[in-house]
Ligand binder design. Structure first.
Ligand SMILES: N[C@@H](CSCCS(N)(=O)=O)C(=O)O
Ligand SMILES: [Mn+2]
Ligand SMILES: [Mn+2]
Ligand SMILES: [Mn+2]
Length: 303
């Protein structure tokens, strides 16, 4: 595959349908307005950005729940279009940097990456596993489910027929987990999915954890990497303005170390920066959260 593409395509995804809190759809515009594109250009990247995506609205009346799933048709259509956009950028030898928006979007971004790089591995940095199925979810919020769809777990849902089970459990690894539902714990165990929770981060240190995570999914360091980073992986003191904060998260440096170490592999082909919600805290905390999001993206791209 084309290592080190020198062109980035910023994919702004103002989308909040995977969860109930208003504001996460404004994440992309805050990240771009904080100067992300200029910072990436200063690193030597050619950066394509043709504006934030305009997703077709669906009225709530025409998108009733399917079982417990909330906004199911809207989330599906948005993610399907994101898969096409990300897949096209990857096929054009560009590195898609998807700015969320809620983490349900990763159903689209990772489908896009895997359609062009079937052997890519996924490093999922998050307080949560986002692996509930339609049967195990209690919230019905689809931002807690993208990984189950990508793995092909759970009962088939016609509206999600476009999501092909392209991700294999042995190509997925988690870093930062600390808030799992019972059903998710069972799914991780039954599928032998490797997860480095905050307990392992404390025990081994972030350096060893990243080495072990890469050894698991990319032992010969020859597979493309898709990094899907949920800012709620960071401690709420570091990234307060996010929808599902959980205490006891990654420090500012631990978050950056992950991104820097992945950059050093030279294998990064796609990146997601998700769940920045600029409406959930005071202005200074919002600014801080947006700034750390920008900084993480830049670190994953060589800063
Ligand atoms: N496990 C919970 C919370 S999921 C949190 C989703 S995210 N993308 O990590 O913020 C659920 O399923 O609703
Ligand atoms: Mn997430
Ligand atoms: Mn999360
Ligand atoms: Mn750096």
């Amino acid at each position: 595959f084309l290592p080190n593409p020198k062109t980035i395509a910023v994919v702004g995804c103002p989308f909040s349908g995977g969860q109930p809190k208003l504001g996460v759809d404004k994440g992309p515009i805050h990240l771009v307005e904080a100067g992300l594109i200029t910072r990436l250009e200063e690193l030597g990247w050619r950066v394509l950005f043709d504006g934030h995506h305009q997703f077709e609205e669906i009225s709530a009346a025409s998108d009733p729940p399917i079982g417990k799933l909330q906004n199911p048709r809207h989330v599906s259509r948005v993610c399907e279009s994101v898969a096409e956009v990300v897949g096209a950028h990857v096929r054009n030898g560009q590195l898609p940097v998807t700015l969320g928006g809620d983490h349900s979007l990763a159903m689209g971004t990772i489908s896009g990456t895997l359609s062009s790089y079937p052997d890519a591995c996924v490093i999922w940095v998050d307080a949560h596993a986002d692996i509930n199925t339609a049967e195990t979810t209690s919230s019905g919020n689809i931002h807690g489910m993208p990984v189950s769809f990508l793995l092909g777990l759970g009962e088939k849902i016609p509206e999600y027929a476009w999501v092909k089970p392209l991700l294999r459990p042995e190509r997925l690894v988690y870093i930062g987990l600390r808030d799992l539902d019972a059903g998710e714990k069972r799914i991780l165990r039954e599928n032998n999915i490797k997860a480095f929770s905050m307990h392992e981060v404390d025990k081994y240190g972030i350096g060893r954890v990243v080495d072990m995570a890469l050894d698991h999914v990319n032992p010969n360091r020859d597979l493309p990497i898709h990094l899907s980073f949920d800012v709620d992986a960071l401690d709420p003191s570091v990234a307060p303005s996010t929808g599902t904060p959980v205490r006891g998260g990654l420090t500012f440096r631990e978050g950056h170390y992950i991104c820097e170490a992945i950059h050093e592999t030279g294998l990064l082909v796609a990146l997601d920066l998700m769940e920045v919600n600029p409406s959930l805290a005071d202005p200074e905390s919002v600014r801080q959260t947006v700034a750390v999001g920008c900084s993480l993206v830049c670190s994953a791209l060589g800063e």
